[in-house]
Design a protein around this ligand. Sequence first.
Ligand code: MN
Length: 259
Amino acid sequence: MQITKNIEIIDLCLFLTKSKTLIIPDVHIGYEEALNKQGILIPRTQFVEIMKNIEKIIKQIKKKFKRINKIVIMGDLKHEFGIISETEWRQTLRFLDFLIKHCQDITLIRGNHDKILGPIAKKRELNIEEHVIIDDVYLTHGHQLPKSKLKAEKQLLKTIKTIIIGHEHAAITLRDGPRVEKFKCFLKGKWKPEKKLLTKSFDLIVMPSFNPIIEGTDVLKEALLSPFLKKANIKTFETFIVGDKVYNFGKISRILKKK
Ligand SMILES: [Mn+2]
């Protein structure tokens, strides 16, 4: 489903149709291991599901758009802060090797969980960036705002129309009679930087998490994480829910009215 001009939602990913760029949000490889270490016992099925899903998504894109020219990983590829465990090493490399088979041009964006992503990137000769710009789209993890105080960054932002972020793990709880279910979702709204830094507003797209175990932050109830959303009026955001397919649910204010 198209979320905005030249940008399609494909399951939990986005696809820039002009540049044929696949955008993969927070995968958090090793999340289960981290939960296990805290004494939470859940079966370790996450990685199998992650691989199945990315395979399905790539197949779907290739069928519809023929090829993928570039892949951007939005940050938090792996979960653990600080140390990289055996399993994380192995699984992260397997995930990257699968992507490399379909597209050699892969860029990693640094997330807040990615302090020592360096060794993994080095092994496959991939670049790590704070942000990536493709045409008029600015991609960044979302735990930090663009450094619009810097002249170069400010200049650069003037050419940008849309900002895409991960980090938030956007989700929404819907009620259907007695049934309450949380769904992963995309959000689309406006973001304005501080006026004294830049007088301009951007289209902002917020992505869900790619990890099957991480349901995400309920945008209706929970405190939002990203500084991009701190001052935003979330009710004016449009929501696209990812279920068996993608559903456009319209503005959040409309969902709130129905409750
Ligand atoms: Mn994050």
